[in-house]
Ligand binder design. Structure first.
Ligand code: NDP
Length: 278
């Protein structure tokens, strides 16, 4: 019998915790404020930004949306970030990605002050994660560790396989699982014999960006499978990188899409905002 890992429910619990922390801080006269920068009008980005703002409103964090035109220059964007870095009324800064092609994403990530980097993407925070120091953790992988822990899935000593090595999901995921004493393998598009590797996993994290790629023959009997991918199908429904219907027959735990990793990403962002104010 497999169990669905209900990300929506776990995220709701975390948001309640954040809500009471935010209230506690407010009573001490501390308001938390997140600044969100959106460049252009990409519809998917608009949805993500709206969801983050809604979560802020729910937990009692102020949010300021700075919408900038698609053709804004890199210099102007960097200047906006610099201004926010110096604004004591702003605790966290988030630049919604992706950015238009003429803007260097790496430069923008590095421009956000590490103490306001609630996405956990700045090299200083990545370095801290790498050497085990306290810092902002990237929201999606941090949310996945919470999902595993809340579901009672032991990481210590387990074979953990991550498919995908992006800077925002795969790599920090590997570091976090290592921190939890998992035995970690990272697979990517040059990996040979992917199936043999994924079938070794007690915990399989899939962040490939390939709809329904992972079918039952990629997973071990009884494994815990976390699906990070999110795709809109032609019929308008969402799906992940994992073929839920076939994989659920073989595993012990599985996250759905939607309602798995996605809500946790936002809940962890809220947690980072509280940490930023402290
Ligand atoms: P990227 O495109 O940056 O990375 C994809 C990774 O998958 C790469 O490392 C790539 O390898 C690897 N890969 C691609 N094809 C294969 C293959 N056939 N075999 C093995 N590895 C492969 O994606 P992201 O990490 O940014 O995101 C992954 C997915 O997660 C996307 O669907 C994205 O929308 C979703 N996402 C969801 C979030 C949420 O909150 N739910 C948050 C962030 C992302 P290589 O490096 O060699 O190219």
């Amino acid at each position: 019998m497999f169990q669905i890992i209900d990300g929506k429910k776990i995220a709701a619990q975390i948001k309640e915790e954040v809500k009471s922390e935010a209230e506690h801080l407010r009573k001490q006269g501390k308001e938390i404020c997140l600044a969100v920068i959106q460049v252009g009008e990409d519809p998917a980005s608009s949805v993500y930004v709206r969801n983050k703002q809604k979560a802020c409103e729910y937990v009692g964090i102020q949010s300021v949306l700075k919408k900038l035109p698609e053709n804004i220059s890199e210099e102007e964007l960097l200047a906006t970030i610099e201004e926010m870095n110096h604004d004591c009324g702003i605790n966290g800064i988030l630049v919604q990605l992706p950015l238009p092609r003429h803007i260097d994403e790496d430069k923008v990530i590095k421009a956000v002050h590490p103490d306001k980097d609630v996405d956990g993407f700045h090299p200083e925070n990545v370095g801290r994660l790498c050497i085990g120091e306290k810092g902002f953790l990237p929201c999606t992988p941090a949310g996945i560790v919470k999902l595993l822990k809340y579901s009672g899935i032991e990481i210590d000593g387990k074979e953990c396989v991550i498919v995908g090595r992006s800077n925002i999901v795969g790599k920090p995921m590997a570091l976090l699982l290592l921190r939890e004493n998992g035995t970690v393998t990272i697979a990517h598009s040059h990996t040979k014999g992917l199936k043999e590797i994924t079938k070794r996993a007690d915990i399989l994290i899939v962040a490939m960006g390939k709809p329904l790629f992972i079918t039952a023959d990629y997973v071990k009997e009884g494994a815990a499978v976390i699906d990070v991918g999110i795709h809109r199908k032609e019929d308008g429904h969402l799906c992940g990188d994992v073929d839920f219907a076939s994989v659920k027959e073989k595993v012990s735990y599985l996250t759905p899409v939607p309602g798995g990793v996605g809500p946790m990403t936002i809940a962890m962002l809220m947690q980072n905002c509280v940490a930023a104010s402290e």
